[in-house]
Design a binder for this molecule. Structure first.
Ligand SMILES: [Zn+2]
Length: 154
C-alpha cells in the first residue's frame, strides 16, 4: 500500500498512523485542573494517553467520555475546549470526530467545519481495515431499543 499523502506521518512531534478512517480507537476528554481547558487524549494520536493530542502531559487519572461531555448540552462553547486538540482531532477516525460535532465556533459548528469536510471530499478513497476474523453478530431482541447506549464495548 502506498504512502497516504493526506495524513502527515508526524503531527506536532506525534507519530500518527491511521488504520481506518471511519472507525478508530476511542478518544477521551482530559481536564488537568478545574480552571483549565478541556483537552483530548487517546485515539491514534496518543494511544497510551500519557499526553493530550496537543502534547500536554495528562496530569489526572480521570478521563471523561466525549459522549458524556462534548455531545451534551453545556459543552458546545468553544472557549471550554483546547483549540490545538481540536485541530489534531482532525487526524482521528470519523466516529471519534463526530462526537465533537456540536461544539460551536465563531465560523460554525465542529460538525460543519470538520465532519462535513471528511464526508464531502472526493478522493482518495477512504482507508478501511478488514473486518474481524469472527464477525460479531447481534440478535434483534438484544439490541432493539430507543435508549441511549453510552457504552456497549465494556
Ligand atoms: Zn490540548
Amino acid at each position: 500500500m502506498g504512502e497516504d499523502r493526506r495524513v502527515p506521518n508526524r503531527v506536532g512531534g506525534v507519530k500518527i498512523s491511521i488504520e481506518n478512517e471511519v472507525t478508530g480507537p476511542r478518544v477521551f476528554v482530559v481536564q488537568n485542573s478545574k480552571s483549565s481547558k478541556l483537552h483530548i487524549t487517546g485515539g491514534y494520536g496518543q494511544p497510551e494517553m500519557k499526553k493530550t493530542l496537543c502534547g500536554q502531559k495528562v496530569k489526572t487519572p480521570t478521563l471523561f467520555d466525549p459522549r458524556d461531555t462534548a455531545a451534551r448540552d453545556g459543552y458546545q462553547d468553544h472557549t471550554k475546549w483546547c483549540v490545538k486538540c481540536m485541530g489534531f482531532l482532525d487526524f482521528e477516525a470519523l466516529d471519534q470526530i463526530i462526537l465533537f460535532a456540536a461544539i460551536e465556533w465563531p465560523a460554525g459548528t465542529n460538525g460543519q467545519l470538520s465532519v462535513v469536510r471528511h464526508l464531502s471530499r472526493k478522493k482518495p478513497k477512504l482507508k478501511l481495515s478488514p473486518p474481524p476474523a469472527n464477525l460479531p453478530s447481534h440478535k434483534v431482541e438484544d439490541v432493539a431499543s430507543s435508549k441511549i447506549v453510552l457504552d456497549n464495548n465494556e
